[in-house]
Ligand binder design. Structure first.
Ligand SMILES: Cc1cc2nc3c(=O)[nH]c(=O)nc-3n(C[C@H](O)[C@H](O)[C@H](O)COP(=O)(O)O)c2cc1C
Length: 318
């Protein structure tokens, strides 16, 4: 049975992060109370070719309920075909369209934030997803504009073409990931449309999440970078606690590592390096650990090194 999101309570959503929010990471985050998890961005072109690698990226963990798959594309006909491929896959509840990615490779193909420059095309693509999909919901993730803000026009096109909700990263494409997040603009979107709005950008604490929910009137918050190296952040965002027990942290890191190996096989080792780096921030001896793991390819040896490190070392800084 596909699940439809309820917006009765504020939602806490894990943002899609290419290279991070894969099945192993999402399954760990989910345990800490994320209400919705979204796949990494998947190209509609790749979906139409249906390679084993792409289908593997679509898999969800048993605890992801509901589960959203994010697609990117620039042509309604390709998007239609891609959605037809997703229609054959069970376990997906939501299809999300990426209208925010600023990366030149994506923008150059007319996808991601490029769609913000061509609102009629963006609308046609959203309508195509809505009309083709057999999933419960269609959503869209936007920025506030490309160079300049035209967030109200964008949001209205999203709503008018049948999206069930919208996630708003409160920066323009030009603002990349560093410009100040414009939460006022997110509030203006909330006031201008009727579909639920999820606020995104630089939310990394209980206080910030509460403030953003209140200030914007949004129906939920979406957290990306704040969850990297801290999948337990969802518990903290919801409960207000700031501590994470060292023994629990060790257990989570080991579970994450084991899931990476289950999912990717031995190449999970090299893929776990960036996670080892973020998890070890603030630990005594972190730089020695990073040097060491950069030279280990063997699964058992890698596991042994991080097992010992996270058990024996103290957190000395945040
Ligand atoms: C490494 C990285 C990968 C990202 N990948 C995606 C993606 O695949 N799809 C997407 O819509 N946004 C992507 N984003 C943007 C995030 O979802 C989010 O909108 C942005 O990071 C702001 O939220 P934050 O401050 O909570 O990280 C990515 C961001 C980063 C840093």
């Amino acid at each position: 049975m596909q699940k439809k999101l309820s917006f009765d309570q504020p939602l806490y959503v894990l943002a899609p992060l290419a290279g991070y929010t894969d099945l192993p990471f999402r399954s760990v985050v989910k345990k800490f109370g994320a209400d919705l998890t979204v796949s990494e961005m998947i190209s509609s072109n790749a979906l139409t070719h249906g390679s084993a690698k792409t289908l593997h990226m679509l898999e969800k963990s048993d605890n992801e309920d509901p589960y959203s798959v994010q697609i990117a594309g620039a042509e309604a006909s390709v998007i239609k075909e891609a959605v037809e491929v997703l229609n054959e896959q069970s376990g997906i509840d939501i299809i999300d369209l990426n209208c925010g990615c600023p990366v030149p490779k994506i923008v150059g193909h007319g996808s991601g934030s490029s769609l913000l420059l061509n609102l009629p095309l963006m609308g046609e693509i959203i309508r195509t997803i809505k009309d083709t999909s057999n999933k419960s919901m269609t959503s869209v993730k936007i920025r506030l504009g490309y160079e300049k803000k035209n967030h109200i026009d964008i949001a209205k096109i999203v709503e008018d073409n049948g999206a069930d909700f919208i996630a708003v990263h409160g920066r323009t494409r030009a603002g990349k990931f560093k410009a100040e997040v414009d939460y006022d603009a997110i509030r203006e979107i909330k006031e201008a449309i009727k579909i639920p709005v999820i606020a995104n950008g630089d939310i990394d604490s209980f206080e910030k999440a509460q403030w953003v929910l209140e200030h914007t009137g949004a129906d939920g918050v979406m957290i990306g970078r704040g969850a990297v190296g801290a999948p337990w952040i969802f518990h903290q965002l919801k409960s207000g606690s700031t501590e994470i027990d060292r023994v629990l942290k060790h257990a989570i890191i080991m579970e994450h590592f084991d899931k990476m190996i289950d999912f990717y096989g031995p190449r999970g080792v090299s893929m776990f390096r960036k996670h080892t780096h973020t998890y070890s921030k603030g630990y005594q001896g972190a730089s020695v650990l990073r040097d060491k793991v950069n030279r280990i390819d063997d699964v058992a040896q890698y596991r042994d090194v991080i097992d010992t490190f996270f058990l024996e070392n103290e957190i000395v800084a945040r």
